[in-house]
Design a protein around this ligand. Structure first.
Ligand SMILES: [Zn+2]
Length: 570
């Protein structure tokens, strides 16, 4: 992106005619501004939201220095000969407008795709004219500079840190051509997703959740029944096909409720617990989208428990225990729980509310969890517990939710047969532990700041033959590691030094270096990311040590530790 920023006494423009097929629908009328900053902007081929963010953060700090509060964004194709296609340019220009507004800047945008007559009077001071060129390359170069420990990154930089990591570590990208807020997970990013999902699968199994799969699209009828059509419509992707209306599901609950309702349930069958890694779609405002933190395609580690009132406490306390276990394994930060209680307007029987709220309190107490009570802040359909985690930057993230629901069982007519033969409504518990897998991954990436623990690392061991002669031996090492489930990669191209550097750049956890000496003694040299070496290490010893770290999901970022050194000496 290239911009020319001018601090002006006066700007006037008048849209005359449309330039091409992509333009903004406007009423052409002339506009006039006094004492503003004008930003002529050319969007280039490889630009994305991140570039816009970086550009705006420079513009914002410059405006602060100038004491200016109003920005006129002026799409201007003549600063670059490498322009983005108009459809992308218009998207990014609009995005820029929204982000500027979010930064607290008064902003006006001149229409895109129009020939404009304009006149301008630029102020005479030295900072009145500033040209900027920003590209992914310049951002990368900045990233590559040694990070200063002293200067805290600005909020903008922090927000996009994981997006940079996503691109540089080849984990994920977000391509506005396909859709903002819809991250594409590359093979290496998919590995991290899977590791998180594997952890949750284990937890689900131990809790008694059974995994299901439900479609991504339901007919709109059910969303009328649940009230989403009325209350959540703004955020739903709705479409009509062959005369019938469908909704791309914004949540998984109705699907699970229907599975529950697919047969008669007796009090003895309860609790019925269903889980799903359900990808849901929510049409968040473009301005609200931030990397993986706020996306439109959200994969929840969703679960629904259908319980009798007397089971609430036990089920909740088991779920909360699992929440603590998972957050401890992944983030290891301070945990904050909140209990939101009955609001002014609510549905259902107040006595049942009180019982359920007490059950939640008992569950929290049984785990010795301290919590804050948010009196009256529960949803109208039931009380809930939220669990936040603090990351290494001291930021608090709400991840886990356990929400009681008296309403949906009513709306979808869910029942079970009680011991006395009467028909009762189950209570539905909605729960997510990680919340959104995408968001949780973003949190983890920033929390660990470039280097993930071994169990989450896409490249656990990079096997590097010293020369072409050692290639077969190295391939054998790599195959043996792969066969035990270690993510090993064989790298043979380029000098050893270069491959070591590349492995560092990809944040590979460990390197196994094999030359003639290693081949002759059927061993490897293990190198960690700090450059520490263990020479003549037996392959079985190395694999045993690595597999144990992976299995325990140890907090080891790829560091040779005393355990391994002791094992190597034996
Ligand atoms: Zn739900």
């Amino acid at each position: 992106m290239k911009t020319l920023q001018l601090h002006v006494d006066q700007l006037e423009y008048e849209p005359i005619r449309r330039e091409g097929s992509v333009y903004e629908e406007i009423e052409p009328k002339s506009q006039s501004f006094r004492d503003v900053v004008v930003l002529f902007a050319s969007v280039e081929e490889k630009d994305d939201e991140e570039i816009v963010d970086a550009m705006l953060s420079e513009v914002a700090s410059s405006m602060k220095r100038l004491g200016a509060d109003t920005l006129v964004i002026y799409p201007y194709a003549h600063l670059s000969n490498n322009l983005a296609p108009p459809i992308k340019a218009i998207h990014l220009v609009k995005y820029m407008e929204q982000r500027a507004r979010e930064l607290g800047i008064k902003v006006h945008k001149a229409p895109f795709g129009w020939n404009k007559r304009f006149s301008i009077v630029v102020k005479g001071h030295p900072l009145a004219e500033q040209f900027r060129a920003l590209s992914q390359e310049t951002l990368l170069q900045r990233q590559a500079r040694p990070t200063q420990q002293t200067a805290a990154p600005s909020v903008e930089e922090k927000e996009t840190l994981h997006v940079q990591m996503g691109r540089e570590l080849d984990l994920f990208t977000i391509n506005p051509v396909l859709g903002s807020g819809m991250p594409l997970f590359h093979p290496r990013g998919r590995i991290i997703r899977d590791e998180l999902m594997n952890l949750i699968r284990e937890v689900n199994l131990s809790l008694g959740f059974e995994e299901v799969w439900t479609p991504h699209v339901f007919k709109s009828d059910v969303w009328y029944q649940t009230g989403h059509y009325e209350h959540y419509r703004e955020r739903m992707f709705i479409f009509t096909a062959k005369g019938e209306e469908y909704v791309v599901k914004p949540m998984n609950c109705p699907g699970h409720a229907m599975i529950y309702a697919s047969r008669t349930r007796s009090y003895k069958d309860l609790p019925v617990m269903l889980s799903e890694f359900g990808t849901v779609y929510r049409n968040e405002q473009p301005g609200e989208l931030t990397g993986l933190f706020r996306v439109r395609s959200i994969t929840q580690d969703d679960g629904h428990a259908f319980v009798r009132p007397d089971q609430v406490e036990d089920v909740i306390s088991r779920i909360l225990r699992a929440v603590m276990y998972v957050l401890e394994l992944t983030v290891r930060g301070k945990i904050y729980a909140t209990l939101s209680t009955r609001p002014e307007s609510f549905i259902g029987d107040p006595e049942r509310w009180d019982e359920a709220t007490q059950a939640l309190k008992n569950a929290l107490a049984s785990l010795d969890m301290t919590y804050e009570v948010k009196e009256g802040e529960g949803a109208f359909y039931g009380p809930k517990i939220d669990v936040d985690i603090e990351d290494s930057h001291g930021r608090r993230w709400q991840c886990s939710t356990v929400q009681l629901d008296f309403f949906m069982p009513e709306k979808l007519d869910l029942k079970y047969v009680e011991r006395d033969g009467s028909t009762q409504r189950p209570i539905m518990i909605h729960r997510a532990i990680l919340g959104s897998i995408e968001r949780f991954m973003g949190i983890l990436l920033e929390h660990y700041n470039w280097r993930l623990p071994l169990w989450l690392s896409p490249s656990q061991v990079v096997v590097l033959p010293v020369s072409e002669k050692n290639r077969d031996y190295a391939a054998n090492i790599s195959d043996r590691m792969l066969s035990t489930g270690i993510r090993a990669e064989l790298w043979t191209e380029g000098t050893l030094e270069r491959r070591i550097r590349a492995a560092h750049q990809l944040r590979a956890s460990l390197m196994a270096i094999v030359g003639d000496e290693e081949e002759g003694s059927s061993t490897i040299t293990l190198r960690d990311y700090r450059g520490r070496l263990v020479k003549k290490l037996g392959l079985d010893v190395a694999m045993g040590w690595i597999l144990n770290l992976i299995k325990r999901r140890a907090l080891n970022l790829g560091e040779i530790d005393e355990d391994l050194i002791a094992m190597a000496k034996k």
